[in-house]
Design a protein around this ligand. Structure first.
Ligand SMILES: Cc1ncc(COP(=O)(O)O)c(C=O)c1O
Length: 389
């Protein structure tokens, strides 16, 4: 039987997992590989968070729960939003989900029809395009330029809007470039969304990950309408709390949209495990010192990696202001980004993602994730320095 739906044929998935599986094959054949391809913190989840999960399991917190999330989770999420963004969403504006990725699917599926357009950035996180194609939505990518530190120019964004546009989808701090948008740009983007009466989805999964020496602070467009009118915040515990495998996140959005997304969640996954929600409550309510310690460490790793990347012949790289990715320009290496990534994997046992995975405007760049130990960063970069002598 070989009958597949048209929708399934356009799925792109996350190509970095394909690099990971290539690398695993080489490892099985005995090669030592240094991994910079996947955005997965090498830190373990802080132990107090793990303990709360175990306690909840022992208590018998192992049943179905309210499909939009437990009241305890929503209270903690509203508190943390109050502290971080200065407004308190009501409980019916919060939806607890299995990580951030699926939130993008819920939001798009519940707001945009097939054939309509969503304006986002190019390069962008790979799932955006894949989900849009699955839903028959037309992605419109606004190019990001290295000379602008990969920051989205609101004027370029406005030019991309047509009568078919239904949503603007932004991401700051940005994967794959580490760019961070300042308050003035955020306000300008919010004003455009308001002017054309569009939803504004703000992917803030790296919202806690801005480096203290960056000249820009984290800004969220949610402050302008408190997620009551058009702003949808995508948030996840994956990156900042080192909880990628737990699959937990929460979105904040207008209540009527949350009600529809809750139905979609209920239809597809029923609810999020209550013991995982218990762990996330601990993450939100306990001391945030573990996050600060991880950020200090990421900053040192960033400096180490970018400093060494800039010593490699044919490679140059700006210092990212947020997230944990170095987006290196490899145009002078004489190879395409895909050739470059393949070459370093085969010849040096180093994995990284070609920029073109993230869109046409990522061509000529390679993304190196520095959520790896300093020793491994040094080892991987030493191999590249030797390879490109
Ligand atoms: C920009 C961005 N959004 C969302 C996600 C999804 O993260 P998760 O599903 O682990 O919460 C990622 C993961 O890499 C990402 O980079």
């Amino acid at each position: 039987m070989k009958h597949f739906s048209e929708a399934s044929k356009v799925l792109e998935g996350q190509q970095m997992f394909q690099i990971l599986s290539q690398a695993r094959q080489l490892e099985q054949a005995g090669r030592d590989i240094v991994h910079f391809e996947i955005g997965d913190p090498d830190f373990d989840t802080p132990p107090n968070i793990v303990e709360k999960c175990i306690e909840a399991l022992r208590r018998g917190d192992t049943h179905y729960t309210n499909s939009s999330g437990t009241e305890g989770f929503k209270r903690a999420a509203a508190d943390i939003t109050q502290r971080s963004r200065g407004f308190r969403p009501s409980h019916d504006q919060i939806l607890v989900t299995q990580g951030g990725n699926v939130q993008i699917y819920y939001a798009l599926a519940c707001t945009v029809n097939p054939g309509e357009e969503v304006v986002t950035v190019d390069p962008c996180f790979v799932s955006y395009r894949s989900i849009m194609k699955l839903l028959g939505i037309v992605p419109v990518g606004v190019p990001l330029y290295e000379e602008n530190q990969f920051e989205l120019d609101p004027a370029d964004l406005e030019k991309a809007i047509t009568p078919k546009t239904r949503m603007i989808l932004i991401n700051s701090p940005h994967n794959p470039t580490g760019a961070v948008l300042g308050e003035a740009e955020m306000k300008a983007i919010y004003d455009i969304a308001e002017k054309y009466d569009l939803y504004l989805l703000s992917d803030e999964v790296y919202g806690r990950m801005v480096y203290e020496d960056a000249d820009t602070k984290f800004a969220s467009p949610s402050v302008y309408d408190q997620c009551k009118e058009r702003t949808i915040i995508v948030h996840s515990f994956s990156k900042s709390y080192a909880m990628t495998g737990w699959r937990i996140g929460a979105m904040t959005a207008p209540a009527d949209l949350v009600a529809r997304m809750q139905l979609l969640l209920e239809t597809t996954t029923s609810c999020v495990s209550p013991f995982i929600q218990a762990a996330a409550i601990e993450a939100m309510t306990a001391s945030q010192s573990a996050i600060s310690a991880m950020m200090q460490e990421y900053r040192q790793r960033r400096d180490l990696m970018v400093g060494l990347l800039n010593q490699i012949r044919g490679v140059s790289c700006q210092y990212p202001k947020g997230a944990f990715y170095a987006f290196a320009n490899v145009k002078k290496s004489g190879m395409t980004d895909r050739e470059f990534a393949d070459h370093i994997l085969q010849q040096a046992g180093v994995t990284a993602c070609p920029g073109s995975f993230f869109g046409r405007h990522g061509e000529g760049y390679v993304r190196f994730c520095f959520a790896n130990s300093s020793a491994n960063i040094q080892k991987g970069m030493d191999r590249l320095l030797a390879l490109f002598q």
